[in-house]
Design a protein around this ligand. Structure first.
Ligand SMILES: [Zn+2]
Ligand SMILES: [Zn+2]
Ligand SMILES: [Zn+2]
Length: 157
């Protein structure tokens, strides 16, 4: 097991038990890495981090484990349009909770924001309501990403 900081077992132990999955070293290592960053990491980034604490792990295991963690709802998978999937913790005390993204297409910076403007919340709830009706579809979540230039890149132009 990788070395952990702090006291007591991390919050994900209970959830693994509930779901009936074993908490293996790769699973725990990946959650550990993701819980210590606010960045959106690619599978390769995660691999490099986990590799430090668990040198025998392979990239295939990382991909497979990430797939399971996404399926279990621990981790969210995103595509920011640069050809690499990114992963982010979607539960637990360290997670930002439901948020939207501002993606800079120049430097790749991703801003997580939760301070939704009123119009945005209103538009989304209306849209979801109408779509559910029109397609008889039960919407459980959505993914909102805006692409453009961040403050730094905008000023460089
Ligand atoms: Zn939202
Ligand atoms: Zn930028
Ligand atoms: Zn995010």
């Amino acid at each position: 097991m990788p070395k952990r900081f702090g006291v007591g077992p991390p919050w994900w132990h209970g959830r693994f038990r509930e779901c009936g999955y074993r908490l293996t070293t790769p699973r725990e290592s990946i959650l550990d890495v993701l819980s210590k960053t606010s960045k959106h990491l690619s599978a390769e980034d995660i691999y490099l981090e986990v590799h430090n604490i668990y040198p025998t792990i392979g990239l295939t295991t990382i991909y497979r484990t990430l797939g399971l963690l996404v399926q279990m709802g621990f981790v969210s998978k995103f595509d920011f349009g640069d050809g690499r999937a990114r992963y982010e913790l979607s539960m637990g005390p360290k997670s930002v909770g439901h948020h939207h993204h501002l993606v800079c297409t120049s430097c790749g910076r991703v801003i997580d924001y939760t301070d939704f403007i009123e119009e945005e919340k209103e538009l989304l709830s209306k849209t979801e309501k109408e779509l559910s009706k029109r397609y008889n579809f039960k919407i459980s979540n959505h993914l909102i990403q805006f692409y453009g230039l961040c403050e730094r890149c905008k000023n460089k132009k």
